[in-house]
Design a binder for this molecule. Structure first.
Ligand SMILES: C[S@@+](CC[C@H](N)C(=O)[O-])C[C@H]1O[C@@H](n2cnc3c(N)ncnc32)[C@H](O)[C@@H]1O
Length: 217
């Protein structure tokens, strides 16, 4: 496995963890964790404050295709696909690919972009409804840290199981005390977050062999 930033073509998002920490309540977290309209398209204190397609995932999809040298008919799964933006952009680059998404959010599936709702399965990452070795690439970006530790371990095993080749995840993490504080101030929905060294220990424990990058606000 490798630590590799395959998200480096995303625009830099300006975040203010201190301001969020000052305003954030338990009620905000409860609402955000439902992953409904409030989380995606409600107020900023409940999540994205408007989750709209703007093409930013196209360079990321291209980066994945190039890095993993995906074939035109590759099978690709996005765990935590939300409204299917990345799925849609994979299909821009590889129109014959077998793209699927999985998400717990009915709202995101119903409001998915460009017909992606049909390709999104409702479900939770610790129980992927696909046979072993179904996909050439399984990605999960900023999603599985929303699971509690035991379910997160199972989600990692599931990602490993349904992939026949490549895996890439991005999860909440820190390297320094300052980064830890910023993350604590920022997080709304995450249940499992830790130092990057602890993540590596966890990957070894569950047998996750894919690549990883870190969400550090
Ligand atoms: C921060 S968003 C990230 C969405 C997308 N991957 C991205 O990077 O823009 C987290 C996503 O994880 C989904 N999610 C939360 N819990 C989940 C679970 N147990 N299984 C699968 N998806 C989950 C949410 O509905 C949401 O779409």
């Amino acid at each position: 496995m490798a630590e590799i930033n395959l998200l480096d073509r995303l625009p830099v998002t300006k975040r203010d963890p201190l301001a969020r920490a000052a305003g954030k309540t338990e009620e905000d977290r409860r609402i955000a964790k439902q992953f409904g309209r409030d989380f995606f398209d409600g107020e900023r204190r409940h999540g994205y404050g408007g989750f709209r397609y703007d093409g930013r995932w196209l360079p990321v999809a291209r980066r994945f295709v190039e890095h993993y040298q995906l074939e035109p008919r590759a099978g690709i799964l996005d765990v935590g696909a939300a409204k299917g933006f990345l799925m849609h952009d994979f299909l821009q680059i590889l129109p014959e690919a077998e793209v699927r998404g999985l998400d717990v959010s009915e709202y995101a599936k119903e409001n998915a972009h460009g017909g992606m709702g049909e390709l999104i399965n409702l479900g939770s990452a610790e129980k992927l409804p696909y046979p072993d070795r179904s996909f050439d690439l399984v990605v999960s970006i900023n999603s599985i840290h929303n699971l509690k530790l035991d379910d997160l371990k199972q989600a990692l095993r599931e990602i490993e199981r349904v992939s026949r080749a490549h895996k890439f995840i991005s999860v909440d993490a820190w390297r320094t005390e300052e980064e830890k504080q910023r993350l604590m101030d920022w997080i709304l929905t995450a249940e499992t977050y830790m130092h990057v060294d602890d993540w590596h220990r966890l990957f070894a424990e569950v047998g996750y062999t894919g690549d990883v990058w870190w969400f550090i606000p």
